[in-house]
Design a protein. Structure first.
Length: 193
């Protein structure tokens, strides 16, 4: 039975989505079906509480939900900021530039190893370029994204959703990278030939 005021804000990715009773990885529940429309009710860190049309709710990795636009896109309208790859490309370029400058100074003997470690501490970047296909590591959101040059799409999350400060203590989630919707991309994972 559908609820009268249900209005989807997101869709579950093409491969479905694991779900939990609470923002705690030790309390799994039934996974959500692929392409299921959901309404995002709440966010706690990486977690998102979603409501289904039948009134059932669950917690999911909110980073992986696919946003549904409220209005159809208009021809000639500017690209949405969240889909624009340029800010992430600039952050990756800045990280690589900082590393290169520190490396140059180390190799030229202008700094020692300890100074090099201090200057590069915390830098995180990842890029795979294969012609028109590019994968970038978004360190701020702990995920890999795919871009065709025009928009970003989440490709993989480095771990399950993090535990928000108000959530009960539980497991920390899977450590391996989980691929998201690989069927829509030209490669199975970054670097595959």
């Amino acid at each position: 039975m559908e609820t009268g005021d249900f209005r989807p804000t997101h869709v579950v990715p093409q491969n479905g989505l694991p779900a939990w009773e609470a923002p705690d990885v030790s309390r799994p529940t039934e996974p959500l079906d692929p392409l299921l429309p959901v309404q995002l009710l709440d966010r706690r860190g990486d977690w998102g509480q979603v409501l289904c049309a039948n009134g059932w709710s669950a917690w999911v990795d909110g980073r992986l939900l696919v946003s549904v636009p409220h209005d159809p896109p208009q021809a000639g309208a500017p690209m949405a900021r969240t889909a624009d790859p340029r800010p992430l490309l600039a952050r990756v370029q800045e990280s690589l530039d900082r590393f290169r400058r520190a490396s140059d100074e180390l190799l030229e003997g202008r700094i020692d190893g300890e100074t090099f470690r201090r200057r590069t501490q915390g830098l995180r970047a990842g890029v795979v370029v294969d012609g028109e296909a590019v994968w970038l590591f978004d360190a701020e959101h702990e995920r890999w994204v795919y871009t065709d040059g025009a928009r970003l799409t989440t490709y993989a999350a480095g771990s399950g959703p993090g535990r928000p400060s108000s959530a009960p203590a539980g497991g920390t989630g899977p450590e391996a990278t989980r691929l998201v919707d690989p069927g829509t991309h030209p490669r199975t994972r970054p670097g595959d030939g």
